[in-house]
Design a protein around this ligand. Structure first.
Ligand SMILES: [Zn+2]
Length: 155
């Protein structure tokens, strides 16, 4: 089965960032031109995530309506509607900012770019090759796992 990819319409920026953290390729569309959004979705084989009911009515085969207001409910909604499994192995594989694949780094590669404490205490680092942002499995990671687990547990 081909990997599902998304393009999130305006107002769904947080959802887009979280889908990236969970490991789903998600572009963000901040433009106003909905014809262009539909064109991009078809061209890049992405599913549009939108709060625009009218858009979904006219583009039902390539879009999913997100009805929930808050992030947690939105993630649950997309999980059910797109049939996603939030799989631990995919977490932290994409940059949350630019949707670019992360590459594994050794401490020696990134030591100059992270706080000394982090370099001493963390082992697993990954870096975005586009923006250079460095990720490691610290508190943010733990909180994220708890957040996603809370979504899955409520199924
Ligand atoms: Zn990046």
């Amino acid at each position: 089965m081909p990997e599902v990819k998304f393009i999130a319409d305006g107002m769904l920026g947080s959802l887009a960032r979280w889908l990236r953290l969970i490991g789903y390729d998600t572009e963000y569309f901040s433009g106003k031109d909905k014809y262009f959004l539909a064109y991009r979705a078809r061209n890049e084989k992405r599913i549009v995530l939108t709060r625009d009911r009218n858009f979904v009515i006219h583009n039902s085969s390539i879009s999913i309506l997100i009805e929930s207001e808050n992030l947690k409910a939105q993630l649950k909604e997309i999980k059910v509607k797109a049939g996603l499994s939030f799989d631990r192995e995919r977490f932290f594989t994409l940059c949350s900012v630019c949707n670019f694949p992360l590459v594994q780094r050794n401490v020696s590669d990134i030591i100059a770019n992270v706080p000394e404490y982090v370099a001493k205490t963390q082992k697993n680092f990954s870096q975005c090759e586009k923006c250079g942002r460095i990720y490691w499995q610290a508190t943010h990671w733990t909180r994220m796992l708890e957040f996603i687990k809370s979504i899955c547990d409520e199924d």
